[in-house]
Write a protein that binds this ligand. Structure first.
Ligand code: NAP
Length: 302
């Protein structure tokens, strides 16, 4: 469907935006749903984010995604923030209803749905999160809301892991957050350095959220020890380029089930599309579009 006078316009605000694959993902969703939309990356110069967000209403955009480095700053310039996004401390999606802008975080939903897509449930499980940046926050809050039995965050800079854990601890006394939590069981919370994996339980689900192993530094990984991998049942490495990271390869060699970060990226885009359009894709549609995305990305890469 070509762009015409009735095409709904969406955008990505970030810096840099050159390597984003979000326009392609959204174009697949538009095609699948026969939706007349267009999704465009906008490189927002430093200091121009407020103007760019004001432009959503001025230019009659339907909605936008916000990416690095603006996921935190963008919260200052909108009217309302969804409760979970506020708890995570970052937004990646802005929904416009008339002249009001509301911010959401769909990264955590993307990760949750990527786990479900792999038939992995978080409730009652022991979770280890490697890294303590923005995406680790989304992984931690998702695991907390889904009712994990325990969450341990290991990071090079231990203070950052501690800060996320103390935020989670504070939600034990927050009635609004507790209503969103799937189970009433208390989640055991702890943190440490990357080499403190001896404190982890067995049968772990691991979210690898550091940037180690991302193209072009494909040989790097945060933990290499066999002792660690022997404790693990399932790994999501949220990197998706390369398709199989060094960390995933090592996990596979220890019999661990693995998944890369393309699922998280795809499902966060699907959730944003749903929030903007109120269109919900059926399971078979999601599978079809995701297969098409994988074929495109990884055939192009090889
Ligand atoms: P971030 O906030 O910058 O955090 C980066 C994390 O990596 C920090 O924990 C940092 O540790 C750790 N790290 C960086 N270099 C390291 C090193 N040499 N040794 C040990 N740890 C190191 O980044 P982010 O936004 O969370 O993103 C992290 C990765 O996830 C990126 O590769 C990004 O592309 C990917 N991502 C994927 C999705 C998806 O949908 N699949 C979504 C978001 C992000 P320190 O705290 O010690 O610096």
């Amino acid at each position: 469907m070509g762009v015409n006078g009735t095409t709904k316009v969406f955008a990505l605000l970030g810096n840099p935006v050159e390597h984003t694959i979000s326009p392609f993902i959204h174009s697949l969703l538009y095609k699948e749903c026969k939706y007349n939309g267009t999704y465009n990356p906008f490189l927002v110069p430093k200091g121009q984010l407020e103007n760019a967000i004001n432009g959503i209403i001025a230019l009659n955009l339907e909605g936008v995604n916000v990416t690095v480095p603006y996921k935190v700053e963008a919260m200052k310039y909108i009217n309302e923030i969804d409760l979970v996004a506020k708890s995570i401390g970052a937004i990646n999606t802005i929904v416009r209803k008339d002249n009001m802008l509301k911010g959401y975080n769909t990264d955590w939903i993307g990760l949750k749905q990527a786990c479900e897509y792999n038939d992995v449930l978080i409730a009652g499980k022991d979770i280890a999160i490697l890294g303590a940046g923005g995406s680790a926050r989304a992984a931690a809050f998702m695991s907390y809301l889904e009712g994990a039995k325990s969450i341990t965050i290991l990071n090079r800079t231990v203070e950052k892991a501690k800060a996320i854990i103390s935020d989670l601890e504070s939600y034990n006394n927050d009635k609004n957050i507790q209503t969103l939590k799937k189970s009433f069981n208390k989640t055991k919370l702890s943190y440490g350095k990357l080499n403190e994996y001896e404190k982890l339980n067995n049968k772990l689900i691991v979210f690898q959220t550091t940037s180690l192993g991302m193209y072009p530094e494909v040989d790097r990984m945060p933990i290499e020890s066999a002792e660690f991998f022997n404790k693990v049942d399932f790994i999501v490495d949220i990197i998706y380029n390369p398709k199989v990271t060094a960390f995933m390869k090592k996990g596979k060699s220890h019999g661990v089930k693995v998944s890369n970060g393309l699922g998280m990226l795809f499902f966060q885009a699907v959730k944003a599309f749903e929030l903007w359009t109120d269109i919900k894709l059926r399971d078979e549609q999601l599978k079809r579009v995701f297969r098409e995305l994988e074929n495109y990305i990884y055939t192009k890469e090889s």
